[in-house]
Design a protein around this ligand. Structure first.
Ligand code: HEM
Length: 156
């Protein structure tokens, strides 16, 4: 079954593999850009829109950088590396997301939006499944906020 999501378990080691280069090759630079721009347009209609910049120019910058990251992580040209100051790409991404309080619910929303964007793309499903496998696993590392309830009312 495509687009399955398993829950994040706090403290559990996450093993993931970068996406197959064939995903990038099938889409090409323009296809990848189209996918990521469509993804971000949907993000702005989603429940996690408030996480992202509301200023149009800043939003455009996030779209551009996001496209570069995904092209590079899929084995395309190394066009994001200059942003990381020499740090490995995925490690850099985990740190970048640490600036935001991301709950499991936000991860499900993010993945749901990505699923919608991926369904618009006309390439082999097995390539999308491979890309999804990376996203589903790696996204667990962006979850950094767990609901432990209130110390006055721990059941919350
Ligand atoms: C597979 C998982 C994910 C990947 C690979 C990913 C990747 C990225 C990339 C490449 C950027 C742009 C980085 C830059 O500005 O240089 C970004 C920014 C961001 N992502 Fe993610 N992301 C993931 C999951 C999530 C999730 C689950 C959330 C939940 C809300 C999230 C929230 C954000 C926010 C708030 C920004 C920054 C916006 C800003 O610069 O103000 N991301 N992400």
């Amino acid at each position: 079954m495509s687009y399955e999501v398993s829950p994040t378990v706090k403290g559990e080691k996450v093993d993931f593999t970068n996406p197959n280069q064939k995903f990038y090759e099938a889409l090409g630079y323009d296809g990848m850009q189209k996918l990521m721009y469509s993804f971000y347009d949907k993000i702005y209609e989603s429940e996690i829109a408030h996480f992202f910049p509301q200023d149009e120019e800043e939003f455009a910058e996030v779209k551009r950088k996001n496209t570069k990251f995904f092209i590079e992580i899929c084995g395309g040209p190394k066009i994001y590396a200059e942003e990381t100051g020499g740090m490995e790409l995925n490690e850099f991404m985990v740190r970048l997301h640490d600036d935001f309080s991301i709950y499991e619910k936000s991860r499900y929303e993010w993945l749901g939006v990505m699923e919608e964007a991926l369904k618009e793309v006309d390439i082999a499903q097995e390539l999308k499944d491979d890309f999804w496998d990376y996203l589903e696993k790696f996204s667990k590392l962006t979850v950094n906020t767990f609901s432990g309830g209130s110390k006055f009312y721990p059941k919350l």
